[in-house]
Design a protein around this ligand. Structure first.
Ligand code: ATP
Ligand code: MG
Length: 324
């Protein structure tokens, strides 16, 4: 069965037909998803400029349309769940979603909402924080490559090896802790890292791991607002870390590092989505849309069975029906 028919059928089965309303057309949903994700997809880094993306962008969906956007998100999550089911059954492709952002840009929330409908067995999330001494005893990709998704699974990296061109670039002292042979640390080190990452990602995509990378682009002003909210709301105290505020002093250095990173590592096979992140509801719609787009571009289908197997299944059905 083709991907679109399979999803339509399953969506129809899932919905309580009395309440389902007009029949959802999956091709239409996928088209709509692309409308939200494409404007933010970067496949050719050379032409990318961070200043061209407004963190407050909502593609003329006004805040009054928020309920409709939420509805679209809920439908998107359903489509995603079905696509993931097929990915899992086919057991051939894997999908790697990489999330990068400044603090309080909404990585955790986006991951939580967008993946809320997927089967936990088909999904793996890893967070990469400051490296341990064991991590530092290895090459910088080591800790991430150990966590790549298995076939049929969606793997999520909450931060990733890209930190090696971000925080490590902004704070050179981290590079010194990496115990690299000094003659290898030259001024080309960042260019070399971009090249290594591009090569590794090409290798992965050639092995059936589709890669989709997100930079949640929040403005400095909105970050301040969210930090203040964390400081004023007891339920959010736990989210605040003094170090987060300190990193704001390096805002421009981070923005330069993000722009350079995207310019050098956005490729057709492993695109970056630079997602406006000043409005959480919009961020989530775009992220869901991009994941749908990534999955829809794979040739997903449920495994087919040959004639012999169908005969066996029919015999099993007869035997089971006849049994007590
Ligand atoms: P949250 O703050 O929402 O819990 P987080 O992803 O910011 O999530 P933190 O506990 O703040 O989690 O830890 C992440 C920190 O680790 C970030 O400041 C990040 O820059 C840092 N980090 C990640 N990778 C590296 C690395 N390779 N070298 C040095 N620091 C790193
Ligand atoms: Mg943090």
């Amino acid at each position: 069965m083709k991907m679109k028919e399979a999803i339509t059928q399953r969506l129809a089965l899932r919905a309580n037909s009395a309440e389902a309303g007009p029949k959802v057309k999956v091709s239409e949903l996928i088209k709509r998803a692309r409308g939200f994700s494409k404007p933010f997809r970067v496949t050719d880094g050379a032409r990318f400029r961070l200043k061209d993306v407004d963190p407050g962008e909502t593609l003329s969906v006004s805040s009054e349309d928020k309920p409709r956007a939420k509805e679209a998100l809920a439908l998107g999550v359903e489509v995603l769940a079905e696509l993931q089911d097929m990915l899992y059954a086919q057991d051939s492709w894997a999908v790697l979603l990489i999330f990068q952002a400044m603090d309080a840009a909404g990585k955790d929330g986006a991951i939580k909402h967008v993946m809320s409908g997927v089967n936990p067995q088909g999904c793996q999330v890893y967070s990469f924080k400051a490296p341990t001494s064991e991590d530092l005893d290895h090459d910088y990709l080591w800790r991430c490559l150990k966590c790549l998704p298995e076939r049929g699974r969606i793997g999520i990296f909450n931060r990733s090896y890209y930190e090696e061109t971000l925080v490590v670039r902004v704070h050179r002292e981290y590079l010194e802790k990496q115990k690299l042979p000094p003659e290898l640390v030259t001024k080309s080190i960042w260019k070399e890292r971009y090249q290594d990452i591009r090569d590794v990602e090409r290798y992965l995509t050639r092995n059936g791991i589709a890669i989709c990378k997100f930079f949640l682009h929040v403005s400095k002003k909105e970050q301040k607002r969210r930090f203040l909210e964390r400081l004023e709301n007891p339920e959010k105290y736990w989210k605040y870390s003094a170090n987060d505020a300190k990193e704001r002093e390096f805002w421009n250095d981070y923005m330069e590092a993000y722009e350079d990173m995207i310019r050098h590592t956005a490729t057709p096979a492993a695109p970056w989505y630079v997602v406006p992140a000043d409005n959480k509801w919009f961020t989530r719609v775009v992220v869901a849309a991009a994941v749908i787009e990534t999955l829809a571009d794979l040739d997903l289908h449920y495994p087919t069975v040959d004639k012999q197997k169908r005969r066996e299944l029919a015999a099993a059905r007869r035997a089971l029906s006849a049994s007590k």
